[in-house]
Design a protein around this ligand. Sequence first.
Ligand SMILES: [Zn+2]
Length: 306
Amino acid sequence: MNSRMPHALTIDAEDWSAVMCAYAGREIPASPQFGSTIHHLLDLLDEHQVRATFFVVAKHAADAPEPIRAIVACGHELASHGWAHAKAKTFAAAAYREDLHRNVQTLQDLTGQRIFGHRAPFFSVTPADTKGAEAAGALEAAADEGLEYDSSIATLLWHRLGYSIPDQPFVFKLPSGATLVEFPIPARKVGPLTVRLIGGRGIRLAPASVCLGHLRDLEQAGLPAMMYVHSYEIARDRLAAGVPRSIGRHRLAIAAAACGFEVGRGRMVRLVRRMLADHRWAPAHDVIARLRDESRLLTFEWPRPA
Ligand SMILES: [Zn+2]
């Protein structure tokens, strides 16, 4: 690989409290922790002179537009991450299209920046069954919305269902004939487990040497990694601090859930800093453009299960 090829750095920007309250059936606006954490992240990226892609939950952006405009002002890429952080499979096909359109429109209206990419919450674009119709519908919707790429596929789930799709960015030729670049999240076997190592829980919980080893191996193979970090994982305050008292009896359950999300956050920040310092990073859209310029984006037909 050309040694200057960067890895993709992506931030899933969502307010932890608002997401958890929504799961408990209570809709609340994004907490002040959402904005303060985004600004903390912007400072961290500036310190390392790194630009990233922020996949933003559009409802939280509408609640707190100032930090979202700051993301754009600092030169980062803005991308879509669902209106209210619901899994792709919770929508009927038409509702998924409406949700995606609302996300993209909201983010573009708030900032004036064109949106090129989308990531479904929880990497939840999966074949669901061996016919793959649900995933095809979600990706066709992204192509019809005028997006250039999607990053909603965890290849592990596809491989388990017998689909042989690549672990690296590729052009997906969809059943309608439309095309969309997919930048998937690869996984790797560690002992008896298959885990995603360069993101989220993988960075929080796996040994640093294993995560760094995966990154090094990708570089040696000439492949760009896709790193993802949730904004709340970098928050300076404890997550439960953002949950309002007004939500009543759900508060205790959400505070208890926060304990699990707190595990490994300190070491994650140290490891992310090390990765930012030692490797080259860019927004996902830039990495895709670079691969396209170098004619390294291969096209794959919509796969049939093996
Ligand atoms: Zn998310």
